[in-house]
Write a protein that binds this ligand. Structure first.
Ligand SMILES: C[S@@+](CC[C@H](N)C(=O)[O-])C[C@H]1O[C@@H](n2cnc3c(N)ncnc32)[C@H](O)[C@@H]1O
Length: 267
């Protein structure tokens, strides 16, 4: 890949989804070159031309999927889920006792583990009262590939290993290949939708909880700042914001109150 091609690819990715790959030449080359060879493109220039003319948008999707990281797992960063169960849900159960409507968003959800973890906590927390509540989680990602995987909801034994045995029995069924498939009742608790975080947020009602973890690390500071402002604007006062445990936010500027590291509330 020439210097010019590398610059074109990384600028294109940044414009489309905000992900900054300017320091990731090895990653771009290591992932894109074998892909181009598989698909029979001679060079990046030819490939980029194809993407720009492909009105189906499929190849663009595939390219972005190849160049971004989708790594995730069940019960990732447990401190968040414990706080969600022990503090956030009791607060919301009381606050929304009349509407019984919770608006929870798992942004950049990847293959579903984060959203399903939240859904299982919701179901366990509300118990027999759960059917009276709408606790459905909106789970979005820019990649339809990961969303298709999430919707299928089929995970290996290793992938569900971090979950309590009781949850595995209650919320999954084991198929002939020994894989764990989310039961319909769990799948019904998550609405998977494609959404690019660079676009205006689509919410009409303010959000109670936002999980936006391990994606903003790939954005430039200014992109991250603007996105966070839009997210905070879309939240309810008192609503909870969870970012990855290695991430930080300018809480004063954004009008956020500190709860524990990487968890904030809108003032
Ligand atoms: C590392 S995963 C994080 C998954 C999960 N939130 C977690 O913490 O385990 C990052 C995800 O962000 C998605 N992503 C990257 N840029 C995005 C954008 N502009 N809009 C929406 N999703 C994006 C990627 O497709 C990927 O699935």
């Amino acid at each position: 890949m020439t210097d010019g091609e590398f610059i074109r690819v990384q600028q294109f990715v940044k414009e489309r989804i905000g992900v900054d790959l300017s320091q990731k030449r090895t990653l771009i080359e290591g992932r894109l070159e074998p892909h181009l060879a598989r698909k029979g493109f001679h060079d990046v220039t030819e490939y980029m031309r194809f993407i720009k003319n492909d009105i189906s948008g499929k190849e663009l999707e595939e390219m972005l999927s190849i160049l971004t990281t989708h790594h995730t797992y069940f019960w990732r960063e447990p401190v968040h889920f414990e706080l969600y169960r022990n503090e956030v849900l009791p607060y919301l159960k009381n606050k929304e006792k009349n509407s019984k409507d919770l608006r929870i968003w798992s942004a950049a959800t990847s293959t579903g583990e984060e959203a399903y973890t939240l859904a299982m906590i919701n179901m366990e927390f509300f118990g027999f009262e759960h059917s009276a509540w709408d606790t459905k989680i909106l789970a979005t990602d820019v990649s339809t590939k990961v969303l298709e995987f999430a919707q299928r909801g089929i995970y290996s034994e290793e992938q569900v290993d971090a979950l309590p045995g009781q949850w595995k029995r209650l919320f999954f069924s084991k198929n002939q290949n020994g894989q764990f498939e989310a039961k319909q009742e769990l799948k019904n608790q998550v609405l998977f939708r494609q959404f690019n975080l660079m676009n205006p947020l689509p919410f009409r009602k303010p959000l109670h909880v936002v999980f936006i973890r391990n994606v903003m690390i790939y954005f430039e500071e200014e992109t991250k700042k603007q996105l966070l402002q839009r997210i905070v604007d879309a939240m309810e006062p008192g609503g909870y914001l969870f970012v990855g445990t290695t991430e930080s936010v300018e809480r004063d500027e954004l009008g956020l109150e500190y709860v524990v590291p990487s968890v904030y509330r809108k003032k």
